[in-house]
Write a new protein. Structure first.
Length: 509
């Protein structure tokens, strides 16, 4: 094989597999850094891997960098949100293109994210951090929060433990649900929960790639979610055409957010809500490619091979980001109507013209869960075409014909055997895990504000519900802040000291 080797931090999942295929097509070897207690199998054939402990970032950087030097690695990247900060540190250690290691934590730590976005002038929902019940009650009495509001965990993923609270009596159970969620792969959970003002409007995401600090916005994606207290994504559609003035305003806000969290080389996925007046609020930003097969949608709708482009960015080569097609693509996620054992699954879409992709993860006999998080999906299918309305009509028709039968019964405890829902178990951080100081609260932020079914054994049959049905609507959803630490005192002009690697300040490229 020829060309520099590629190293992926976590090689599991469909996006990692797509990156590996893109590298292999170029004749590049693919290596991986894997957690010591990893339970997920790599999604692609690897030339080799380094086993490390992601909960000890300094040690992990040393081990991964040493392995990369031995194997001629010329690009390091990840699609795992939990590892984006570590990836930036490894890139800085090796002198490879990456994100700013001094700011990368703000794209992982949603509380720090709220701080740096507000300080940069990005419009975000009002957010407070509550470490205990007293602070939770104080936050709920804050008129800037109001009802409905969103209560989120200090650690977790895939919208697990995120609840839209409409009345005060719902707050305590929502906080308990948030506290029950733990981080993974080096994340540091805590007892705090986030209380955030609900952002009313229509939810979108912006898919972007940045190279040497210059950002290209590839597409705006419409998000479909369930209604109710748990907002689970049921579909993505792109590209969305907004009024030119609205689109320009969204791009300005997102570009500012990308700079604020230090994205300099790589993908970003920014979730926004546009209210009825056309104003854009940034809900959160991830320094990675959007999950849920957004990369597949970009390829089929716009002809952009985003996986090849990300490899070029990581290698320091010019990336091809110009659309070569003008189509539309939608992915629809299918979930179980009930919690229990899957007894029948029929009339699934078949791969063919206009339906290029039908991955399925559940099988008859599996224990499944009524959707409360994005990881509760049974499978999905993608529909493409030249007309957006025709694509949506076909998606709805295919979703309506799917038949799912579930024998309703209790599930085993979280993480128990036979459960489809992800909920990866987490190794708690080791005692020597380093913790960085929190950035101070932006000027004007209030004290406490966040800174930078049925009974057992009954049978149920249901038809998969399309996102346009009454029980499932396109609506804004916010996620959670993963970490909870005490905030330092001081004026808003104070800045946190840059994080260093082994005593040195790595210079981002």
């Amino acid at each position: 094989m020829t060309g520099p080797a590629v190293l992926l931090l976590d090689a599991a999942g469909p996006e990692s597999a797509a990156l590996a295929r893109a590298a292999a097509a170029r004749g590049q070897q693919v290596h991986a850094a894997t957690a010591e207690a990893a339970r997920r199998e790599p999604a692609a054939k690897l030339a080799g891997q380094v086993i490390t402990d992601f909960t000890r970032p300094d040690r992990a950087v040393e081990q991964i960098a040493a392995y990369a030097r031995r194997h001629g690695v010329g690009a390091v990247l990840t699609v795992n949100e939990y590892l984006t900060e570590l990836t930036s540190l490894v890139c800085a250690e090796l002198g490879l293109p990456g994100n700013d290691p001094h700011l990368a934590h703000a794209a992982r730590d949603k509380a720090a994210m709220a701080c740096v976005l507000a300080e940069a002038g990005v419009r975000i929902p009002y957010t407070r951090l509550a470490h205990d019940d007293g602070e939770l009650h104080d936050a709920l009495r804050d008129r800037r929060v109001g009802f409905p509001c969103v209560i989120k965990p200090a650690a977790g993923a895939s919208s697990a433990g995120v609840t839209v609270v409409t009345v005060l009596d719902e707050a305590a159970p929502a906080a308990d649900a948030a506290r029950s969620i733990h981080g993974t792969e080096g994340s540091e959970g805590g007892p705090g929960v986030i209380v955030q003002a609900y952002a009313a409007g229509t939810e979108y995401s912006v898919e972007s790639v940045t190279q040497d600090g210059a950002t290209t916005h590839l597409a705006i994606t419409r998000k479909a979610t369930t209604s109710g207290p748990c907002r689970v994504e049921t579909g993505h559609s792109l590209p969305v055409c907004l009024p030119p003035s609205t689109e320009a305003a969204v791009h300005r806000q997102v570009s500012t957010a990308i700079r604020a969290v230090g994205v300099r080389n790589g993908a970003s996925h920014t979730e926004v809500v546009i209210d009825p007046a056309g104003r854009c609020a940034v809900i959160e930003i991830a320094a990675r490619l959007g999950a849920g097969h957004i990369g597949t949608l970009l390829q089929h709708a716009l002809g952009i091979d985003v996986f090849a482009a990300l490899l070029d960015v990581a290698l320091g080569r010019p990336a091809a980001l110009t659309p070569t097609a003008r189509g539309h693509a939608t992915v629809r996620f299918i979930t179980s109507p009930h919690t229990g054992r899957l007894t029948s699954l029929s009339r699934l879409p078949e791969q063919g013209p206009g339906v290029p992709f039908v991955p399925w993860r559940a099988a008859v006999g599996d224990l499944v869960h009524a959707a409360t998080a994005n990881t509760d999906r049974l499978g999905c299918f993608v529909v493409t075409g030249s007309d957006a309305d025709e694509v949506e009509e076909r998606v709805d028709a295919l979703a309506r014909q799917i038949q799912i039968q579930v024998q309703v019964e209790p599930l085993p405890a979280a993480g128990g055997p036979g459960r489809v829902r992800s909920g990866r178990r987490v190794r708690r951080p080791s005692p020597d895990s380093s913790r960085r100081p929190r950035p101070p609260c932006p000027a004007g932020a209030a004290p406490g504000a966040a800174r930078p079914g049925a009974g057992p054994h009954r049978s149920a049959t249901a038809t998969a519900r399309p996102a346009s049905s009454p029980g499932c609507r396109r609506t804004p959803r916010t996620r959670y802040v993963r970490r909870s630490w005490p905030w330092p005192s001081g004026s808003s002009s104070q800045r946190p000291a840059p994080r260093t690697t082994r005593g040195r300040s790595p210079a981002p490229r």
